[in-house]
Design a protein around this ligand. Sequence first.
Ligand code: UCC
Ligand code: FAD
Length: 583
Amino acid sequence: WEAAGHPLFTRARIGSFFQEKAVLKNPFLEDALLQGYLRRHLPQEVVFSDLCAFGERVAKEVDGWGRECEVNPPRLVHFDPWGRRVDHIVTSEAWRRMKDLSAQEGLVAIGYERSFGEWSRVYQMSKLYIYCPSSGLYTCPLAMTDGAAKVIQSIGVSWPVEEAYSRLTTRQPELFWTSGQWMTERQGGSDVASGTETVAVPQTDGSYKLHGFKWFTSATDADMTLTLARVQDRMGATAPGSKGLSLFYAEVSRDEDGRLRGIEVQRLKDKLGTRQMPTAELLLDGLPAHRLSDEGRGVASIANMLTITRIHNSVSAASTMRRVLQLARDYATRRTAFGKLLKDHPLHMQTLARMEVETRGAFLLVMDVCRLLGREESGIATQLDTHLLRLLTPVVKLYTGKQAVAVVSEGLESFGGQGYIEDTGLPGLLRDAQVLSIWEGTTNVLSLDVLRCVARSSGMVLHAYFTHVKSLLAGASSVSSLAPAVKAVDGSLSELEEFVQGAATRGQSYLELAARDLAYSLARIYTGALLIDHACWKGASPSDSYAALRWCERDLCPVAAKQKRGYYDSRTPPLDAALVCDQ
Ligand code: UCC
Ligand code: FAD
């Protein structure tokens, strides 16, 4: 160029090297643990071929739609050109395609068809697990849709929700409905009992009109919702607290002029992540609704929805960890540094291996809770299963939600600077992971839920926990290669039992201070036992054993160690407060 007489720097010289990007391959075929788990528990050809075909579609087609949802986020149009209020939430074409796909693939329906009996939930959640990071967050409305179907089923599929139930669980795209879950108000998302101001005014035909303000409502393009409100008596008075809350069903519909019936969309939230999905503030201004629960039984009735959405949340967490690892693994075979591919740098592979251990643990914990849910729904759950499901639902949600952020953050770093570049699609994974520990109950609120369910069951849920972990360990007693892992879990379980016995004599404030560490201990010990159990299966691989051994090398029972150091004593809270407020 210079020799040809052109002056230097008249054109940018960008060199000839271009880095190859990480390629998303079939997420089902790329996941040895998922395949192993299904071969062990649900070895049905039809399930494998469905997941394989769906995985192919996710990689080749759906992932691109997910990206489109991120690039074309929803927007709110308040007024039509002639000044009439319309409150249209305009979503992308790709977002709407996700709705049709979800129906066709049975992403909610599989859980209700129950074609695979007690394993139907594992099948459904496996499908969601390979879909989630490519779904443009469509798994959020699907979680709430599943939760609403579950609530309706538990209350009884009859008028006025018969049609809704069939639409929520259909495979026909033209009939398929999604549901919202409107619980949070400005005064409190965790403390729903004192934070809910919305009132339900009885109508002469037995229905209600709702008046209030819902502060966070996700996937607001839904066709219906479940929500909480306080029934007004003839004098206009309502009962305070949890006992005043009832559960309502409302359809989101428009009148002849195209206006939303009884709803004004105040604005869409400007969010860190989950931008693919509309989250709105809604003024309920006479929204027609039907009461589904007995008066005052709102929280208890929506609890079934919380169980389902918290399990979906956990599936998303494990799935996002898996996805970032799949991409990081691929990238390590394409990127060279210091003369070698990343995969040939042992320190880089050690980093990915640590993420892998975390991801495997999360996967097995999540699937075990899905297994328990499936058993409960097919009517074969023992009392032990029911107790475990109640205890482990908040545990799996809080633990995997937190770990997802850590693993995905590490995952981004494994791409170097490219992990920070928006249009690689990688930063979105981290932003979306951050919400997993906030919505559907924060880490602390779920830790307190663990305490509450232990107290309300008079310790029965913990008894079930100890019994089950011991039975998992018993199955591994003859496998010498796993002995260090078994010993570690067994020892930690004894420490946990000791803590629980000692804690029985302590006051509520002591227990609350210990709640988060207790929940983490429950998660780590149980997961250790699951990894060991899976490694003992006849089809297990050497990596299954290695993952179990590695997992069990960590502090499995942080609550015991912290207790010994006085973390929960009465002198600690003032010290914590002084430390935080130190000026
Ligand atoms: O965030 C939201 C949607 C986000 C989008 C969906 C994403 C899904 C994943 C997608 C992945 C991509 S919706 C908002 C979620 N909000 C929350 O999670 C609220 C967090 N706060 C709590 O969980 C609190 O613990 C409350 C609200 C449940 C506490 O309320 P109360 O009234 O003070 O609670 P009580 O008195 O403890 O419980 C009242 C009744 C009791 O039953 P009875 O009266 O029969 O004794 C409890 O046993 O409700 C029962 N109950 C439960 N039952 C309470 N919690 C549960 C539970 N978890 N399971 C079973
Ligand atoms: P707060 O309750 O004010 O919590 C603040 C902090 O205090 C948290 O760290 C919490 O852990 C801590 N804390 C609270 N109480 C205690 C305690 N007793 N002990 C110790 N620590 C405590 N809600 C819906 O109903 N429907 C939706 O569709 C929906 N979509 C959402 C979408 C997004 C993107 C987000 C971010 C939120 C959404 N939410 C939705 C709301 C969400 O469920 C709440 O934000 C969440 O439950 C927390 O409630 P809060 O915001 O009131 O926080």
